[in-house]
Write a protein that binds this ligand. Structure first.
Ligand code: TYD
Length: 234
């Protein structure tokens, strides 16, 4: 978390992502957090609220395909990273270079959790796609010089991981709208996704704050707010 404090002090962009299995309840909290940032942010930073797959016109079209069309696992991984590349190049990198706060509903952790652990797709291949999708050498140096990447990879400064038992998430989803391709997966799939997220946390524990999503909406919200407050973001 030291890194995000540094960003706050020197006014470089702040990149926050939100993750969790479907039904973990993150989406409503992202909206509330964006609202809180806009009204009470401790600086005059612009707030960019965005999502993956999506965030640009083309990436939103790819989202439709990824979420609703049956396809081969490699095709799915390629589309997810194609959507991410557009999003990084068009939206995320320019926003971070301006010093904005980017609130992103899912990022690369979701690919390792869903395509990697959920679909049992080759993690090394995902790492190669990640590296290829994040090659920013064609972007102007005014942008790339202001973005901090590690070994050619852009990661969020902070990731809030919403956690609920897969069985609870499944019960929540059963009461919600018509499920998409991922939401209609069985509990075993989501158990693998949970283990995929756990591996990501273990590999980079400093970046993650785990939020208990299996409590009242009010309590989850207050945990989210307490986290961003404790980091000096609000
Ligand atoms: P989600 O973020 O849950 O949006 P909503 O709340 O509107 O349904 O939906 C995105 C889905 O896409 C989710 O099931 C996870 C999946 N996904 C991947 O499989 N890989 C990825 O890299 C990303 C970003 C998402």
């Amino acid at each position: 978390m030291a890194r995000i404090r540094h960003n706050i002090e020197d006014m470089t962009g702040i990149f926050i992502s939100f993750e969790g299995i479907d039904g973990a309840g993150k989406s409503s909290h992202i909206q509330a957090l964006a609202q809180a940032f806009r009204s009470r942010a401790s600086s005059s930073r612009n707030i960019v609220l965005t999502r993956e797959p999506g965030g640009t016109a083309l990436s939103e079209k790819l989202r439709e395909l990824i979420l609703h069309e049956p396809m081969d696992a490699l095709t799915e991984a390629l589309l997810v990273f194609a959507a991410r590349r557009e999003h990084i190049v068009q939206v995320i990198a320019p926003a971070l270079a301006r010093g904005d706060v980017v609130l992103c509903d899912r990022f690369t952790d979701a690919s390792f959790a869903y395509q990697g652990a959920g679909r049992s797709f080759d993690l090394e291949m995902l790492s190669k796609l990640e590296l290829a999708a994040q090659d920013l050498c064609r972007l102007p140096s005014e942008i790339t010089s202001k973005i901090s990447m590690k070994d050619g990879i852009l990661q969020p400064d902070l990731t809030l991981l919403f956690e609920v038992p897969p069985q609870v998430a499944a019960e929540r989803l059963a009461q919600a709208r018509q499920p998409d391709k991922f939401e209609s997966q069985d509990v075993a799939f989501f158990e693998r996704v949970v283990s995929g997220y756990a591996a990501r946390v273990a590999a980079d524990p400093q970046r993650f704050v785990r939020i208990n999503g299996h409590q009242s909406l009010e309590n989850v919200r207050s945990d989210v707010m307490a986290t961003v407050r404790s980091l000096g973001l609000i």
